[in-house]
Write a protein that binds this ligand. Structure first.
Ligand code: PGA
Length: 253
């Protein structure tokens, strides 16, 4: 049985003090997490150490990006080793905002995934179509290509160490979440693609999340879908009561 993962992507927000406060409030709101629900918060790089200090061992720390090289002359980049050193166990890879604004390609996403696996850092790999692709009915081909290119060099035996987030770009930050049944259909497609790349058993072990305008009111409808294993939460993860509310809704299911 796959566990549920709720990950908060704080994006480029908060001062040191605000991040510390949010981590503390999340900690106080989420005592007694059941074993089948994992929670991760992903602050900006500059807040990782401070937030790590506030978090109990039951809540995981994640970064929002990573570079594929181990060390050296790569100005501005951050390695897996450095993330592990400040307490990260997760990292978001290939978020659509990085693909769009930083021109991150599928090749770069693949390199980052391989670096994470080599270092036992768990990547949450984001895939999803934009509005135009959706309207042209290109969702399937876009997502299939992203999944194939992200994982084509992953060794059999390693794919279960990866989580995937299906995030339709038009739903991110728009307040307009996907229909749960539509998200479920894409999540099923993603698992089919994984079955083509790996064994059926391995593909079944990969957690696939939904992301895009998730909030305490709609989270249950996503997690109740058979194949959706949690959520990547942006805006709602910046308010402790909403993020805690999302996790508590999942606990009721
Ligand atoms: P959102 O962001 O919840 O604000 O839509 C999700 C994401 O970008 O991961």
């Amino acid at each position: 049985m796959r566990s549920i993962l709720i990950a908060g992507n704080w994006k480029m927000n908060l001062t040191v003090e605000e991040a510390r406060r949010l981590a503390l409030d999340v900690r106080q709101g989420l005592t007694n997490l059941p074993e089948n629900i994992e929670v991760v918060v992903c602050p900006s790089f500059v807040h990782l150490s401070g937030v790590n200090f506030q978090l109990p061992s039951s809540i995981n720390l994640g970064a929002q990006d990573v570079f594929w090289k181990s060390n050296g002359a790569y100005t501005g980049e951050i390695s897996c080793e450095q993330l592990l050193d400040v307490g990260c166990s997760y990292v978001i890879v290939g978020h659509s905002e990085r693909r769009e604004y930083l021109k991150e390609t599928d090749v770069m996403v693949s390199s980052k995934v391989l670096a994470c696996l080599k270092h036992d850092l768990r990547p949450i790999v984001c895939v999803g179509e934009n509005k135009e692709e959706r309207e042209k009915k290109l969702t399937e081909s876009k997502v299939t290509q992203q999944v194939e290119l992200a994982f084509k060099d992953v060794k059999s035996g390693d794919i279960a160490k990866v989580d995937i987030a299906y995030e339709p770009i038009w739903a991110i930050g728009s307040g307009e979440a996907a229909e749960p049944s539509d998200a479920e259909a894409v999540v099923i497609l993603i698992r089919q693609v994984l079955k083509g790349l790996f064994s059926e058993k391995e593909a079944e072990q990969v957690r696939i999340l939904y992301g895009g305008s998730v909030n305490p009111q709609n989270i249950a409808s996503f997690v109740l879908e058979k194949d959706i294993d949690g959520a990547l939460v942006g805006g709602s993860s910046l308010k402790a009561n909403e993020f805690v509310g999302i996790v508590k809704q999942v606990m009721k299911i």
